[in-house]
Design a protein around this ligand. Structure first.
Ligand SMILES: [Zn+2]
Ligand SMILES: [Zn+2]
Length: 339
């Protein structure tokens, strides 16, 4: 099969390699669409703590089951089903695994990071991780269930949406999807910020109020939008040091800061402001199976055509990474593996 492989930091190559074999309790999935994620960019840059070359990345994907070997547990899945994967591999033994929050497993691993993923014609997936979706959804839509579930999880971790106003810092794919979830939850007093005008244009096209924080004062606008007090809730989706530090200026007393982006370094936060305003900072990581179900329910409303900015085929998979890293208008870049 054809596969895009990470061979060294900065080196990706599309090669012809052996297709994976399907063992008991596994399915072979013919991949049709797979999204490039921020964590794939970190692997490509050689900055991911676990990923080791040679590796086929890709954990947000959709395809069709072409072969299946039911294990002792049996399965309701069948050849021909459209599926995506809940790509988390847990240890099953640690405190998190024993207490119903295995998505924060002490030894959490992912398909496409710790074992081969979906930037290939075929991927091998344990049956219990496959999530079937209806044929009426396209594979592009199916590939967006994973990042959408990140947004769903962020809102779930935020608790009851009784807030009147919310700010989203960072207008990448995850920021956009968090804002979409807020729209779906009925939060009307909403603002998303970024320093890249092209990203903001995309958000504005989705009906989300935007602020260019390179030109305008974000804190000032958020304070004004919330009647002088600060937002009820702030979602940090930028992953930058400046964004982390500023969040406490944006939120009102007793407000919440939801950390959605993965900070690669221990960035400072203003602990004095956190104390004085009794702010809650809530960490969020990936998603639970319930978040996947919710994402699937929300899929019909998702303006996925506007979230996907670029498509490349497997032969040009490396170009997809260049686009993600360099194109000012990049949002979700999809590798379509059957073109
Ligand atoms: Zn991802
Ligand atoms: Zn565990």
């Amino acid at each position: 099969m054809k596969a895009l492989r990470y061979l060294n930091p900065g080196v990706l190559k599309t090669d012809e390699i052996d297709s994976p074999r399907c063992g008991a309790g596994e399915a072979l999935v013919r991949v049709h669409a797979a999204g490039i994620c921020g964590s794939d960019m970190a692997i490509f840059a050689g900055k991911h703590p676990r990923a080791r070359p040679p590796l086929i990345m890709g954990h947000e994907f959709a395809g069709e089951i072409v072969e299946l070997v039911a294990g002792d547990a049996g399965t309701e899945l069948a050849v021909g089903d459209r599926v995506t994967a809940y790509p988390l591999l847990m240890c099953g033994k640690c405190w998190a695994c024993r207490n119903g929050v295995s998505h924060v497993c002490r030894d959490l691993k992912l398909i496409g990071i710790d074992r081969d993923g979906a930037f290939a014609e075929y991927v091998n997936v344990p049956l219990e991780l496959l999530v079937k979706f209806p044929d009426r959804f396209s594979f592009d839509q199916g590939a967006l269930i994973e990042p959408l579930a990140v947004g769903v999880h962020a809102l779930d971790m935020a608790g009851t949406p009784d807030w009147q106003n919310a700010a989203v810092v960072g207008c990448g794919p995850i920021g956009l999807l968090v804002a979409f979830c807020l729209q779906q939850a009925g939060v009307r007093n909403l603002l998303i910020s970024d320093i890249a005008p092209q990203r903001l244009e995309r958000a504005a096209g989705l009906g989300i109020p935007v602020l260019d924080s390179a030109r305008d004062d974000l804190a000032d606008r958020v304070i004004r939008m919330s009647g002088g007090e600060g937002a009820d809730i702030v979602f940090e989706c930028a992953g930058s040091a400046s964004a982390a530090l500023q969040t406490s200026d944006l939120v009102r007393p007793r407000g919440k800061i939801i950390m959605v982006s993965v900070h690669k370094e221990p960035h400072p936060v203003d602990l004095r402001a956190i104390t004085f305003k009794e702010i809650s900072i809530i960490g969020t990581r990936v998603y639970t199976p319930a978040d996947y179900e919710m994402a699937l329910q929300m899929l019909p409303n998702l303006p996925y055509q506007d979230i996907i900015s670029h498509r490349v085929d497997l032969d040009h998979g490396a170009d997809g990474f260049d686009i993600m890293g360099q194109a000012a208008d990049a949002c979700k870049v999809i590798i379509n593996t059957d073109t």
